[in-house]
Design a protein around this ligand. Structure first.
Ligand code: SF4
Length: 332
């Protein structure tokens, strides 16, 4: 499978009055052409910081990308100068956020806003840009697009506004679309329609999608692969089937037990006890130790190696690594 984007050992920290918060601690993953990779985890796990780092949107200061590589078409995005980066943002990699209202300017028609990206990145006449905007509104399912181009954001419902934001993100036909909690602000029916729209758009355009969400229901509907993040690290990565039916990391298992499942009758919902560790001074070993029912001495002392369970399924947990016992025997 062609790799469209590679994130290698990404490290991001934030300087605060309380000290340095290590928000992302060595995250690595590949994004394949035409797939949807979901990054899931509780709030504060580093999933949004990871996605914003790909677009180099981390405010510096207080944020700092302290290490790693983000390779897109052979170029390391972390080493590019701002003008080069601006060309890539929007044209090759675009992003949509949770609240469509904050992404739209209330004083401009949606036509002006959708055309802005294409006029900025491609040398097109306004007539051609308008035609492209109409096509894009059709693609995202806005009826009477020619008339609606002249309207303002407040004249659309929340679901329609999110469709407009998606049209803005796709107008330049990007290779990668990063969607950060794109359906969280929407009610369940509209959420299902927007997720269906993602699937249709991907089929028609072949765009690769990184979906950031805390909602496993959303993930179950659209993701091809899932990366589970905890305390700034990816602790398990696998196909949707592997993560939903053969989860190996106790945190992934806990996440799945804490959401309602339609495929398991009368399943009891079990919240994960405790809270994530303080990332001012992250633990040397597994950060899930204090909440994990299977924790061993080795877990607290040494971070687990990544164990590959299949070509696509990888987990950081000592329970899956036979070296745990040998290592434990060296402790005095
Ligand atoms: Fe639990 Fe240890 Fe695995 Fe961490 S490494 S999830 S503490 S068993």
């Amino acid at each position: 499978m062609e790799k469209i984007l590679q994130v290698k050992d990404l490290q991001v920290s934030f300087t605060t009055y309380g000290g340095e918060v290590k928000a992302v601690r060595g995250v690595s993953f590949d994004l394949h052409k035409g797939e949807t990779l979901a990054i899931v985890g509780e709030s504060g796990c580093g999933k949004s910081v990871t996605s914003q780092s790909i677009m180099r949107l981390i405010p510096d200061p207080p944020g700092k990308i302290a290490g790693g590589e983000i390779l897109f078409k052979g170029k390391d995005l972390l080493r590019l100068k701002e003008p080069e980066l601006r060309k890539i943002r929007g044209a090759n990699i675009s992003m949509i956020f949770q609240d469509p209202m904050t992404a739209l300017n209330p004083t401009l028609t949606i036509g002006e806003q959708i055309m802005e990206g294409i006029l900025q990145h491609e040398k097109l006449s306004r007539t051609k840009a308008k035609k492209a905007a109409v096509e894009m509104l059709k693609l995202v399912g806005i009826p009477s697009p020619e008339q609606r181009l002249k309207q303002y954001p407040h004249q659309f419902s929340g679901g329609m506004r999110q469709r407009i934001v998606i049209a803005m993100a796709l107008i330049c036909k990007p290779d990668v679309l990063i969607a950060d909690e794109p359906t969280t602000a929407l009610d369940v029916t509209i959420q299902a329609q927007i997720l269906e729209l993602f699937r249709e758009i991907q089929k028609k355009t072949g765009v690769s999608i990184i979906l950031i969400t805390h909602d496993l229901g959303v993930v179950a509907q659209v993701a091809n692969r899932i990366a589970v993040m905890y305390a700034g690290k990816i602790v398990e990565l696998g196909t949707r089937r592997e993560i939903f039916y053969q989860p190996k990391h106790p945190y992934t298992q806990g996440l799945l037990q804490s959401v309602p499942r339609l495929d398991i009758e009368k399943a009891e919902l079990v919240p994960i006890p405790g809270s994530p560790p303080d990332l001012f001074s992250p633990p040397a070993g597994c950060a899930f130790t204090a909440r994990c029912p299977y924790a061993m001495e080795v877990c607290d002392r040494v971070y687990p190696f990544s164990t590959s369970l299949s070509n696509q399924h990888h987990v950081d947990c000592w329970l899956q690594d036979e070296r745990a016992q040998k290592l434990a025997s060296t402790f005095v």
